[in-house]
Design a protein around this ligand. Structure first.
Ligand code: NAD
Ligand code: MG
Length: 385
């Protein structure tokens, strides 16, 4: 039996926990190298001990003493700060699960890509921001980029063995989020607590808010644009409230291939971990008779303008997706902190896109600079309000 080495960036998050749950079930097949977190030193230390990690890293350096304490006397190396995080991500491993939330995950994800191993990508914001720069790094290093996002993992599976030139449509499904059927007036009064309560999926706070605004699907449209080179005009979005069909590919002969499964991220994570083979998961089998009905409907870009903004940003190309992503990250954080209303999130993203149009970045440093400036523009809007 071959033992594979793995690093998990964002080990304490929702995707991190699902990944470690799969590893725990076949402990002898994996050697855990780096586990990282933002600031949850205690939880990270607990995981590092359980999985005998080589190194544990907290991005927030002020949490390093706590991590050091918690791991004193163990074999686990400890480190803190952004540079240490990127260095740990650059340790050669067979597979890295990139599961940090937001553009904060970009530098470590790029470091993992530069290693030339397999990168299982959950951190969509990194790909949305860096776009061509990240894809070029994948080609340069020979890394294998496997999508973990359930829609993209579904599309990846449906495209396998086929020619992208034969694709007529790629259709991303969207649950529609917790506010799918809410009126404009209800949306205007939506609270953070309501927004993070997703009907089908159990996820981190940021992506849950993105699902409620549909910005998640907007970011996923841009993610698909970079992962699957069929052209923006062949990418569509359809609302599918049951989240059973995770996405579809229609070919020019009229055949549509879809991937179905339970709403459990351990399914796409397992697909990436075992690719091109398969592995066991504890997920409940799909019981279609019990589910009964699968329904579909068009998106409503009046109530949920985020997918329109994302399509515009992708069409404009260059730096605009990074601007959109940064503005959205600032707006979501402000909404979660009770500073702005729910409908202001997409409005802010729209306004920042209108006032800041930098040149297309050609390097990681330039992407980071675009991201930083776009955040300042978004902060300005917050202060004006
Ligand atoms: P989460 O908030 O549950 O976890 C995020 C992880 O990143 C944590 O380990 C946290 O410590 C770490 N982190 C946060 N900020 C950081 C920073 N500034 N520097 C370094 N580390 C930091 O998020 P999640 O729901 O697990 O999502 C992770 C990524 O996966 C996101 O990009 C999300 O869009 C994507 N994704 C998640 C799901 C899901 O079901 N949760 C599904 C598809 C895609
Ligand atoms: Mg998704």
């Amino acid at each position: 039996m071959t033992v594979r080495s793995i690093s998990i960036l964002g080990a304490t998050g929702s995707i991190g926990a699902s990944t470690l749950d799969l590893i725990r079930r076949e402990r002898d097949k994996w050697r855990v190298v780096a586990l990282t977190a933002h600031s949850q030193a205690d939880e990270l230390a607990r995981l590092a001990l359980e999985f005998s990690a080589e190194i544990a890293v907290v991005a927030d350096e002020s949490c390093l003493p706590e991590l050091r304490n918690a791991l004193a006397g163990s074999q686990v190396e400890v480190a803190g700060g952004a540079t240490a995080l990127t260095q740990a991500a650059g340790r050669g491993v067979d597979i890295t699960v990139a599961a940090i939330v937001g553009c904060a995950g970009l530098e470590p994800t790029m470091a993992a890509i530069e290693q030339g191993g397999t990168v299982a990508l959950a951190n969509k914001e990194a790909l949305v921001s860096a776009g061509e720069v990240m894809i070029a790094a994948v080609h340069r290093s020979g890394a294998t980029l496997l999508p973990v996002d359930s829609e993209h993992n579904a599309i990846f599976q449906c495209l396998h063995g086929h020619d992208v030139a034969d694709v007529r449509w790629i259709t991303l499904t969207a649950s529609g989020g917790p506010f799918r059927d809410w009126s404009m007036a209800q949306l205007a009064a939506a609270t953070p607590k309501q927004a993070v309560k997703h009907p089908n999926w159990d996820m981190g706070a940021k992506i849950s808010v993105d699902s409620a605004t549909m910005m998640n699907k907007g970011l996923e449209l841009i993610e698909a644009f970079h992962l699957f080179p069929v052209g923006l005009e062949r990418l569509r979005i359809i609302v599918h409230p049951q989240s059973v069909v995770h996405s579809m590919v229609e070919y020019r002969d009229g055949s549509t291939l879809a991937q179905l499964g339970p709403s459990d991220m351990r399914v796409p994570i397992a697909s990436a971990l075992a690719w091109p083979l398969r592995m066991d998961t504890p997920c409940a089998p799909l019981d279609l008779a019990d589910i009964g009905e699968l329904t579909f409907r068009a998106t409503d870009e009046v109530r949920f303008p985020a997918t329109r903004l994302a399509r515009q940003a992708a069409q404009a190309g260059g730096a605009m997706p990074a601007v959109l992503n940064a503005a959205n990250e600032v707006a979501v954080a402000a909404f979660l902190a009770g500073k702005i209303s729910f409908v202001r999130i997409a409005a802010m993203a729209d306004e920042v896109l209108g006032r800041y149009a930098p040149a297309a970045p050609t390097s990681l440093a330039e992407v980071m600079a675009v991201d930083a400036r776009a955040r300042l523009h978004a902060q300005d809007l917050l202060e004006l309000a």
